[in-house]
Ligand binder design. Structure first.
Ligand SMILES: [Fe+2]
Length: 390
């Protein structure tokens, strides 16, 4: 059993993180909770249910003998991709579920939270469960970022362009004096080393040999990205991978996501509603194809994830997920954990690219320079940007 002072901290941490998910959803109207405009964007109510299901399925059911399942049918609705746990609603159908209702899901959250608070202070709370709890909390934080990006997509693809918030927030601009930081060839160590939490894909600290490289101190701005657009970047195949060029043609791509040419001006949908594109802000909602094409147009390239990590203490990061030129692959010695949680990361290590850093949508306390995010090359609904290297 874990000492009382630690369980009190865990209860507070659990409560704070769980409440933040609901705070993100507080500005929503009921209708906003339900829709799924594209396969990658899940309905907000599904995120709220799925994160709750995670604690119920991986902590309460196997470890709390007196626990009574809230609703046995929810396993089918809120299981995301865990084959070990059984069949589930197909991903494209998440937005077709009018039930369970939003209020049912909030009742589900309340029930599981009450049971978790009792459990965390019970004799059944062991150190083994503590690592599952950490995973559950970090999982909820990942979904908090997805809630923000999915809400932005839902509202930003509504013809009324409703604002999510009206906080008048303006970005911090510090992108004027970009320089290239030089690193010498040699052996660098990559991977998680500290005592705190990390995902399994960061483990296996290992040495890599890097050639001389230079990496930009700042991200690419909207002004530079607009220069690429105006210089025919989207019209010239020579900057693009073959797959990227196919994507440009099939989608008639011509700008970052959320940009709209209105009355001769580029406008940008932000969480504060439609605004003129801020030329000094870091370019955002760019996919891997676009990031690579931009770098090629500049006569440069994207950094590898190893270069990014080795250099990360020498530049500011955290406003955009930064595309790297590294495929998402296991580190040397990577082992899938036993059981369902072994499905968390390892099975996605094919056909995706690594992103490093964090974004303005990442919850506080959920970033570190060894964190490996990953997405498919065509996706641009995350807060993704570009850092150049050569
Ligand atoms: Fe999940």
């Amino acid at each position: 059993m874990i000492p009382h002072t630690i369980t009190a901290d865990l209860v507070k941490k659990y409560t704070d993180i769980r409440q933040y998910s609901e705070k993100i959803c507080a500005p929503l109207e009921i209708e906003d909770y339900v829709v799924q405009p594209i396969v990658d964007v899940s309905p907000p109510k599904w995120h709220l249910g799925h994160t709750t299901w995670f604690f119920e399925t991986f902590i309460l059911i196997p470890n709390f003998p007196d626990y009574k399942v809230f609703d046995a049918q929810y396993n089918f609705v809120f299981n995301s991709y865990y084959e070990t746990i059984g069949t589930r609603v197909i991903r494209t159908d998440r937005g077709n579920l009018s039930r369970p209702s939003v209020s049912d899901i909030y009742r589900y959250r309340k029930y599981v939270d009450q049971q978790m608070e009792i459990f965390l202070q019970s004799e059944f709370m062991t150190e083994t469960v503590e690592s599952l709890l950490e995973l559950g909390l970090n999982h909820e934080q990942q979904h908090q970022e997805l809630l923000i990006t999915d809400i932005k997509y839902i509202l930003g693809h509504n013809p009324l362009f409703p604002a999510y918030i009206n906080d008048g927030k303006t970005e911090k601009h510090n992108f004027e004096d970009r320089k290239m930081i030089e690193f010498s060839e040699g052996i660098y160590e990559i991977g998680f080393m500290d005592n705190g939490f990390c995902f399994d894909n960061e483990l296996g600290r290992h040495k890599v040999y890097l050639n001389d490289f230079e990496i930009a101190s700042q991200l690419v701005t909207n002004k530079e990205y607009l220069e690429f657009m105006e210089d025919g970047g989207y019209q010239n195949f020579k900057y693009w991978h073959a797959e990227g060029w196919d994507w440009v043609k099939q989608n008639a791509a011509k700008s970052p996501l959320y940009w709209h040419m209105i009355d001769g001006k580029w406008m940008n949908y932000t969480l504060n509603g439609l605004q003129e594109v801020d030329l000094h802000a870091a370019a955002c909602h760019i996919n891997f194809y676009e990031a690579s094409a931009f770098a090629s147009w500049k006569g440069m390239r994207l950094p590898t994830e190893e270069e990014w990590e080795a250099a990360s203490e020498h530049f500011e990061w955290g406003s955009r997920w930064e595309w790297t030129n590294s495929a998402y692959l296991p580190y040397p010695g990577f082992k899938k954990e036993a059981g369902a949680v072994g499905e968390y990361n390892g099975k996605f290590m094919v056909n995706q690219m690594v992103l490093r850093g964090a974004s303005e949508a990442t919850p506080n306390g959920h970033s570190r320079n060894t964190y490996r995010n990953f997405f498919q090359t065509n996706l641009k609904w995350q807060f993704t940007g570009i850092r150049l290297a050569q």
